[in-house]
Design a binder for this molecule. Structure first.
Ligand SMILES: Nc1ncnc2c1ncn2[C@@H]1O[C@H](COP(=O)(O)OP(=O)(O)OP(=O)(O)O)[C@@H](O)[C@H]1O
Ligand SMILES: [Mg+2]
Length: 315
């Protein structure tokens, strides 16, 4: 399998008045064709990682490869589309002008430039606004122009830093569909985001950053499965009719609620035993399901663990 993006011992310490170890040495590989989401609280180091990968920030140690080429080599960066965090464009230009300008920087000219610009404007839903000045755009519209800019020339790797920042729900939905579509076309996407539900719906793989370190990394499904278990136990939710005052002994440890109870079991094979015991007690069972953690729940728990165990700690 081809690796689209790889870092080895990549780190960044900002040296200003105060030294900030924004990124601890990081090894990361993202396979070609993956939609990868990087999560983390404000200041975790997500933007620093992206900027250091692209050589916008000089790495303190280590290096990054883009499709096997050192990212300090301009040839490597030509293969990447990038939407920086909080983009600002010249306000007196129209959206189309902005894209033409960036398209030229990316080496597009003539008919191909015009065609690419028109195509990407349409893709982000800005065709009708293309000839209005950027100063008239809302934040979400500027963000869409930024996204179109990152797609110019059909790069095989697109890095998006907070692509839906400031975009309204409809626009976010649109961008989400666009990311899914690009992913299906085989484009590798790397996105930084705070929008956990969005990441959950578009990304196959995620990384969770905490204080400059990658706390967790893997397939979304696997991380959610792992986080759905607590202390090695499955959480089951039973929906039942009225329950007797004295619960059968197998239900020791269950937590009652208005609609039934929830219980932790070490083995799913315990489900039939529980069902039998409930039926013997005359309880009607309307449903049983395993509790699945959302990415939001998983993220908050990981952050909580990180805080308690003092992971990282910047100097
Ligand atoms: N140019 C800089 N000079 C000094 N410190 C910086 C600089 N840029 C970022 N930092 C610091 O590095 C750390 C990581 O910042 P970074 O912007 O990478 O975080 P982030 O995860 O992208 O956060 P957010 O979610 O808010 O975008 C923070 O402590 C930040 O204050
Ligand atoms: Mg950031």
């Amino acid at each position: 399998m081809e690796i689209a993006l790889e870092t080895k011992g990549l780190s960044k310490t900002y040296r200003g008045l105060r030294k900030v170890r924004a990124l601890e040495p990081l090894d990361l590989a993202v396979e070609s064709g993956t939609v990868f989401g990087l999560l983390g609280a404000n200041g975790a180091g997500k933007s620093t990682l992206v900027k250091t990968i692209l050589g916008i920030c000089r790495a303190t140690t280590g290096y990054a490869h883009i499709f096997g080429v050192d990212s300090r080599n301009p040839e490597a960066r030509q293969k990447v589309g990038y939407l920086p965090e909080g983009t600002h464009f010249a306000r007196y230009l129209s959206g189309r002008n902005v894209l033409e300008y960036f398209g030229q920087l990316a080496g597009l000219t003539g008919a191909r430039l015009r065609e690419q610009v028109a195509l990407k404007l349409k893709l982000v839903g800005m065709a009708d606004w293309a000839d209005k000045k950027v100063s008239k755009y809302s934040k979400g519209m500027r963000q869409r122009i930024g996204l179109a800019q990152a797609m110019l020339g059909d790069p095989r790797l697109i890095i998006l830093d907070e692509p839906t920042d400031g975009v309204d729900p409809e626009g976010r939905h649109h961008i989400r569909d666009l990311i899914i579509k690009l992913g299906k076309e085989g484009v590798t996407l790397f996105l930084n985001s705070h929008m956990l539900s969005e990441v959950e719906s578009v990304c196959q793989e995620i990384g969770i950053m905490y204080q400059g370190r990658l706390l967790k990394r893997g397939k979304v499904r696997e991380i959610l499965d792992e986080m759905s278990m607590r202390d090695g136990k499955y959480q089951l939710v039973f929906r039942t009719g009225p329950m007797p005052q004295n619960l059968p002994p197998v239900l020791a440890g269950a937590t009652r609620d208005d609609h039934g109870f929830s219980i932790a079991v070490a083995d799913r094979e315990e489900i039939p035993r529980l069902v039998d015991a409930l039926r013997d007690s005359g309880v009607a069972i309307y449903g049983v399901e395993q509790h699945h953690a959302s990415l939001e729940e998983a993220f908050l728990r990981l952050m909580d663990d990180g805080n308690h165990h003092g992971v990282g700690g910047r100097q």
